[in-house]
Design a protein around this ligand. Structure first.
Ligand SMILES: Nc1ncnc2c1ncn2[C@@H]1O[C@H](COP(=O)(O)OP(=O)(O)O)[C@@H](O)[C@H]1O
Ligand SMILES: O=C(CO)[C@H](O)[C@H](O)COP(=O)(O)O
Length: 543
């Protein structure tokens, strides 16, 4: 084992960059070899919304945002780019469509070629997903029994049926993380993580299933031997190409040849940035609470949980199986919930004056109004929220589910908005509890939750989630575990660590534990959880 002084010396020598492309922004973090975050850079990215659940982005804009964020992080730390050993990428699981020579193709009715990405949250392919599910092909066993319209094969089918000229003109279809490693290195390798979780690649058998593609109407892709969706599938962290191309290096402000690791989906990077702490990975559920929420559970043997994505082999922790749940809208659901309230405008102005976001302001107000974080649940009073504004991802795999808010009165004031915010967070917590309970009844039992993501950075949120689920919530030492996860991928490609497991063990540690409240508070949450399930079930019945 390296001692502290030699680790420090090494830490001064070489640096790791992690890039996280979330739904709303591209961020870069510069780490030393002890996992210490030295600087960050961030650029917002545009989301184009259209009728029909269409949400698109631009890969050109995203690549520029990545380059600017990396330059910002490197210059803020004052580090010589020659000392950057590696770069790793994670991104949302959005579909990028490129034509010959890598030129962007328009994925939607706007016909704007810059809009070449169907974003993960785009639900245009609900009908295609339903038709695929009706066929019941055996590969669906490995995506929780039902394909989601957020995955890539329904989206590809939508393109083939609605924009056949674009489908035919496409040279490559990429998951966003694989686009980024291709753009950085020129290598078309796909990551096991992306293709297994979103494209039905069977990593445990190291193969695509051509029958599935033929049965659902995407036989063309099988006939081409999968040349447009990935013929070389490598584990996350595998060195890609010969590192950065001269062009990409110039754009990023780094050296050509800097090692690049095969990437991951953002939630999975959050997973490897967190689940290595405190006990074996199978005891820890990684909870990534950002625009969406993702629950990542690792097991030694495959566990089939209807309505929870997976089991996926080696898609997150190498050699382990993964069950992935969560909700399509989590942070986004809280934003939507708050936007309906009469006091939202006034509160937003107040938040702007203080230079914080609206939910961050409300978290602060809730914390000051309650004696302890745990007691803030009482602020919710008779308000109950099932925050399924964009369907139920797990454990019902139901994209048609919608939100329920119960207990509204005539109040219009800021305090009532704080109450609604707390009730919304409790609803997020009960949805998480429901996934944990469902997984446990199928055999995937966890002891603790390790949290990451933008919304997971608040102590009030962490405590409420611990109380709502009855499980301890751990915060890691790194304030940016998702960026750390991405940096780990690069570090392995640069051979700074022998493999992802050892990098996880070396670079992540627990900072604080939020123990679940007992006594009356636990009872109150048990009652509220019951109310949540009743409301959710009535809403389903009504539909
Ligand atoms: N205190 C908070 N309470 C609830 N939601 C929050 C809070 N702070 C941030 N969020 C939400 O978290 C999301 C941003 O998280 P982040 O991980 O940065 O996003 P992404 O990676 O999805 O782009 C936004 O939806 C934001 O409104
Ligand atoms: O589907 C997912 C992971 O499988 C993610 O939810 C999606 O990629 C968006 O992530 P984020 O909320 O962090 O922007």
């Amino acid at each position: 084992m390296t001692n502290v002084s030699s680790a420090r010396a090494a830490a001064n020598d070489r640096y790791l960059i992690g890039v996280d492309v979330g739904t709303g922004s591209a961020r870069a973090g510069l780490f030393d070899l002890s996992g210490q975050l030295l600087s960050t850079g961030k650029r917002d990215i545009t989301l184009f919304h259209e009728a029909g659940s269409i949400v698109e982005q631009s890969s050109t804009e995203i690549w520029s945002a990545v380059c600017e964020a990396v330059r910002e992080a490197v210059s803020a730390a004052g580090v010589d780019p020659a000392k950057v050993a590696s770069i790793g990428f994670d991104a949302t699981c959005s579909l990028v469509v490129l034509g010959e020579d890598g030129r962007s193709l328009p994925v939607g009715p706007s016909e704007d070629p810059e809009r070449d990405i169907i974003v993960w949250m785009d639900h245009r392919a609900v009908d295609q997903a339903e038709r695929i599910n009706a066929k019941g092909h055996a590969v669906l066993r490995y995506v929780g029994g039902r394909i989601s319209p957020e995955m890539e094969t329904p989206k590809l089918l939508w393109l083939l049926e609605n924009r056949p000229h674009v489908f035919d003109a496409a040279w490559q279809f990429f998951d966003l993380a694989d686009f980024l490693t291709w753009r950085a290195t020129g290598d078309l390798a796909r990551s096991t993580c992306t293709v297994t979780c979103k494209w039905t690649y069977l990593a445990h058998e190291k193969r695509w299933d051509p029958d599935y593609f033929r049965e659902i109407g995407l036989g063309k892709l099988a006939d081409e031997n999968f040349a447009r969706i990935g013929q070389r599938i490598v584990d996350p962290g595998t060195p890609v190409g010969t590192g950065l191309t001269p062009r990409a290096a110039k754009e990023l402000g780094l050296r050509p040849g800097t090692a690049v690791g095969a990437g991951m989906i953002d939630a999975h990077a959050g997973g490897i940035g967190t689940v290595g702490v405190d006990g074996p990975p199978e005891s820890n559920l990684a909870y990534v609470f950002g625009t969406s929420s993702c629950t990542m559970t690792s097991t030694m043997e495959p566990v089939f949980v209807p309505g929870v994505w997976g089991p996926y082999y080696s898609a997150m922790v190498p050699g382990m199986w993964l069950n992935e749940g969560g909700q399509s809208a989590a942070g986004a659901a809280i934003e939507q919930l708050l936007s309906f309230h009469p006091a939202a405008g006034e509160a937003r102005e107040m938040a702007e004056r203080r230079g914080v976001s609206l939910p961050a302001l409300l978290a602060e107000l809730a914390a000051t109004q309650a004696r302890t974080f745990s007691e803030s649940v009482r602020l919710a009073g008779g308000l109950h929220v099932v925050p399924e504004f964009l369907g139920n991802r797990a454990p019902f795999a139901d994209p048609h589910a919608r939100a329920v808010v119960a207990g509204l009165g005539m109040e219009r004031d800021l305090d009532n908005l704080v109450s609604l915010y707390v009730a919304g967070l409790c609803g997020i917590g009960y949805g998480l509890r429901q996934i944990i309970d469902t997984q446990a009844s199928s055999g995937a039992v966890i002891d603790k939750i390790v949290i990451s993501g933008g919304a997971g950075q608040f102590d009030l949120v962490r405590q409420l989630l611990a109380d709502a689920t009855g499980k301890p919530v751990l915060a890691t030492g790194s304030e940016e575990p998702v960026l750390l996860g991405a940096a780990i991928l690069g570090s392995v490609a640069a051979a700074e660590f022998p493999d992802v497991r050892s990098a996880m063990a070396r670079l992540s540690r627990t900072d604080r534990t939020f123990a679940p409240a007992g006594g009356e508070t636990a009872m109150l949450h048990a009652q509220r959880y019951e109310a949540f399930r009743k409301l959710q079930s009535v809403a389903r019945e009504i539909r």
